[in-house]
Design a protein around this ligand. Sequence first.
Ligand code: FES
Length: 354
Amino acid sequence: MSSQDIPEENLPAEQAAEHGHGAVSLADEKHPFADPGLPPHEHRIQDVDERAAKRSERTVALLFTISMLATIGFIASYVGIPHDKSIFVFPLGHINALNFALGITLGVALFAIGAGAVHWARTLMSDAEVADERHPIEAPPEVRAKVHADFKQGAKESAIGRRKLIRNTMFGALTLVPLSGVMLLRDLGPLPHSSLRHTLWAKGKRLVNMNTNLPLRPEDVAVGSLTFAKPDGLEETNESFQEEIAKAALMIVRLQPENIKDKRELDWSHQGIVAYSKICTHVGCPISLYEQQTHHVLCPCHQSTFDLSDGARVIFGPAGHALPQLRIGVDSEGYLQALGDFEEPVGPAFWERG
Ligand code: FES
């Protein structure tokens, strides 16, 4: 077959110009080594036979399609296979079915994209040898223009515009494969919605001593003591105990009512007993140090200090907000109870800016 029968974009530029391949320059004083030139270019079957090129095109498209199907299989496995199901796979033995399916499908999806790209490059993209002289690093306008022209030439030679089947399936495969990573975001757990803004505290919920697990009466809280409390019904055996106690943990302190400077604090207290969130508003450490004389509580993490006699406002340290107070009273049997939930989100203040 003559070069006239070969599609123009498949011809090496040198051959099109009828020189370059196999050229030999002689050594001279300025260039002491002879340039052996490039070996004669050998055409692939796809360069000279359009049916072979079509077969390669279909193979590449098939590989990209396999990648798409494998990604769909990954998603279906993630959704459909129970976490605790195991299967026997020789020679691995009994393994988790979900992990096996995810590994296989993701591996096939990535491999098929790679194999498709390699097969495309080896059979359909131009394989003309190009000799490029070294040049200075700076890029003058004419070089940039050349790069632009080379890019366009490369796009033309890859036939991405002409071979729409490859282009479309490749875009499909590249678009779908990141979905595998997106699906894994589900493992971060359900969206919190407004759950961070609410705690288990509600009107009528008794305050239970965290140490004794008994409901608290006002007479159980001595002046100068620091008592930690949780909502009635929240047990360590509850599945959500850690999440709930991280929001609902309380500090109970009895002050002399005349020492309480903040009017709202006084209104929300019972006989001088005040209940505040135990979670520091800086980055959420549990507060645990109480100074009887000054009524200050101190967070051990970064030394934020709150004045419990003045609405738990911050008097030192990086915390940006006062500790949320829980409004309390006593029920008909004389036990301390909440009169509602916290009115502000507990813990780090960034929730209030969300
Ligand atoms: S977490 Fe309390 S001061 Fe930083």
